[in-house]
Design a protein around this ligand. Structure first.
Ligand code: SAM
Ligand code: ZN
Length: 146
């Protein structure tokens, strides 16, 4: 049993929800899709690039539009219950703590801006966060200075 379902989220659009309990550290789902190069992806921070998942090599990105699954709908939270682990070029979503059926799944997107783009409030607000957590950074971008 897959153990997740895609449905309307109180945070944004569609999200992914647990339909069964997951223990801490369990692998929940792979972020699947075709592999393409960042260099072939046009666009700005606020466009469909946000559905792409960049791999650690800095060159490759997973495009869930082809061969993607439920994982592409997982929303961001600044206080997530999941984390992303990369293993040999594949991305897996794991539980950061035990998760109950009905809970929405979140990981921290840690979005990066290009090195040549200055980190400003305006840039942060191009990707605002509505996770509602007590420790919300207000943006989907990675904490500055990392
Ligand atoms: C991979 S999609 C996630 C699915 C999305 N909820 C949807 O229905 O299309 C990523 C986009 O969801 C939105 N999103 C995800 N987490 C968010 C959050 N915590 N606050 C605001 N928007 C969020 C942003 O627009 C982001 O670009
Ligand atoms: Zn937040």
């Amino acid at each position: 049993m897959l153990g997740v379902v895609v449905k309307k989220s109180p945070v944004h659009g569609r999200g992914v929800f647990a339909t069964k309990p997951f223990r801490k550290a369990t692998r929940i789902i792979e972020y699947s899709g075709r592999r393409i190069l960042w260099s072939s992806v046009p666009g700005e921070l606020d466009d469909p690039r946000m559905y792409y998942f960049g791999l650690d090599d800095g060159k490759t990105v997973i495009d869930p539009a082809v061969g993607g699954n439920e994982a592409q709908w997982i929303n961001h939270s600044c206080e997530p219950n999941c984390e992303v682990r990369e293993k040999r070029g594949r991305i897996f979503i794991h539980a950061l703590r035990s998760i109950k059926p009905g809970e929405e799944l979140f990981y921290d997107y840690h979005l990066e801006v290009d090195d040549n783009v200055p980190r400003t409030k305006e840039i942060e607000q191009e990707a605002p966060c509505h996770c509602g957590s007590r420790i919300c950074r207000g943006t989907l971008l990675a904490p500055s200075g990392r």
